[in-house]
Design a protein around this ligand. Structure first.
Ligand code: ADP
Length: 398
């Protein structure tokens, strides 16, 4: 069985074609500048096929999907003989609200429900819907499955997901903590249980997804019981460019002081804050590491804040779960920056965490970076959201 995984953004579309017998990625790629001009980078991962990296006209997502199918089935660049070999498509959908606690087969009713979640994710869900519709237009009756970023967090109890606002805003408007990166937290926590050789039902795990956007999740017995992102992905930890937790009074104060509109204010909180805002250097942790090493104090402060926040939120999850068996680092920063992992792990001395410095230097694989006598295991696990989407799609269409 071969499954195409699609992650559609407003002007971009990422894809992978996965062979489910081996779970090997046959080809992957990225369409960019959809609606502007269009560019496709297609990378086959089987021998004898060529990379395609050229401009292709993409006035809409339909042309982008058509170009992807064309390359996947081409003798020169392709990895299958025809579209018939693609058994199903799995779509990443950002927001499933309270309607979706797991992945689902896409039907007309499901499309309506995803549309009803647009107010919760006004930038992402419309792009995801466009991607699904484009696939339906190009691929006809091939079964399609939606996998939601929010679904894994639907097991949170009310005490974790409610905001202390008048109850009517929850009841009438769905204002609550939803959380994001759920597919990633789900993947790394289940992989962590496999690596520990224990049923996930017996484990308490703190999962740290640290990339451009960052979130932590407390996973007790395989179920998410708390997570740091909220109604939107703006809150929790300070991120590349997002502010994380913030006193709402600051918003009123700055809007009054500078006459910002709410859109201008949110643009500052989403795009100009986080480690970029504090450092004035970059949102990229590689640049921050370099600047800090050269003595840039604000870069160091931004890094210190990030480490502190991860440790502080993780500590609150240890309290929430009354213990922890494993801590997992994943995503761009978590997988690649041994300095970040070391700095955060220093805060976990009270848990009896001990890091093996040599193991912590490794990259690109599942690694246990704690020492054998560490009371809590610490792992680096490269995330694989595409594989989760493909597995869910396979299970649902079966
Ligand atoms: P996204 O949230 O966009 O999916 P990623 O998980 O791909 O992000 O993470 C991207 C971030 O990972 C980059 O902005 C960069 O800060 C960080 N990163 C990548 N490689 C390294 C590295 N070697 N050292 C430190 N940070 C890194």
């Amino acid at each position: 069985m071969k499954i195409l995984v699609i992650n559609a953004g407003s002007s971009s579309l990422k894809y992978q074609l996965i062979d489910m017998e081996t779970e090997a990625v046959l080809a992957k790629g990225l369409c960019e500048r959809i609606g502007i001009d269009g560019h496709l980078k297609h990378t086959p991962l089987v021998e004898g096929k060529e990379v395609f990296n050229e401009d292709v006209a993409m006035p809409t997502h339909s042309e982008a999907i058509a170009a992807v199918i064309d390359k996947l089935t081409s003798p020169q660049y392709g990895v299958v003989n025809s579209m018939k070999e693609i058994d199903a498509v799995g779509h990443r959908v950002v927001h499933g609200g309270e309607k979706f606690a797991s992945s689902v087969l896409i039907t007309d009713d499901v499309m309506k429900a995803i549309e009803e979640c647009i107010p919760f994710a006004p930038l992402h869900n419309p792009a995801n819907i466009t991607g699904i519709k484009a696939c339906q237009a190009v691929m006809g009756k091939v079964p399609m499955v939606a996998v939601f970023d929010t679904a894994f967090h639907q097991t949170m109890p009310g005490k974790a997901y409610m905001y202390a606002l008048p109850y009517q805003y929850y009841l009438s408007n769905g204002v609550r903590r939803y959380g994001f990166h759920g597919t990633s937290h789900r993947y790394v926590s289940s992989r962590c249980a496999e690596l520990m050789g224990k049923p996930i039902e017996e484990l308490k795990i703190v999962s740290c997804h640290m990339g451009n956007g960052s979130s932590l999740a407390a996973i007790d017995g395989g179920k998410c019981v708390d997570t740091s992102m909220g109604f939107t992905p703006l809150v929790g930890l300070p991120m590349g460019t997002r502010c994380g937790d913030l006193d709402a009074g600051v918003i009123q104060y700055l809007m009054n002081k500078y006459g910002y509109s709410i859109d201008e204010m949110l643009n500052i909180l989403n795009k100009k804050s986080g480690v970029l805002g504090v450092s004035g250097v970059s949102s990229d942790f590689r640049d921050l590491d370099k600047a800090a090493a050269e003595g840039n104090e604000r870069a160091q402060l931004a890094l210190d804040m990030f480490h502190y926040w991860v440790a502080k939120v993780a500590g609150s999850y240890v309290a929430a779960m009354n213990g922890v068996d494993a801590i997992v680092y994943t995503a761009g920063v978590g997988e690649n920056s041994s300095a970040t992992r070391a700095a955060i792990s220093k805060y976990f001395g009270y848990l009896g965490v001990k890091i093996d410095e040599e193991a912590n230097k490794k990259r690109g694989e599942d690694i246990e970076i704690s020492t054998p006598d560490s009371k809590v295991k610490v792992f680096v696990i490269p995330t694989n959201e595409e594989l989760v989407i493909a597995r869910d799609t396979r299970d649902i269409i079966a």
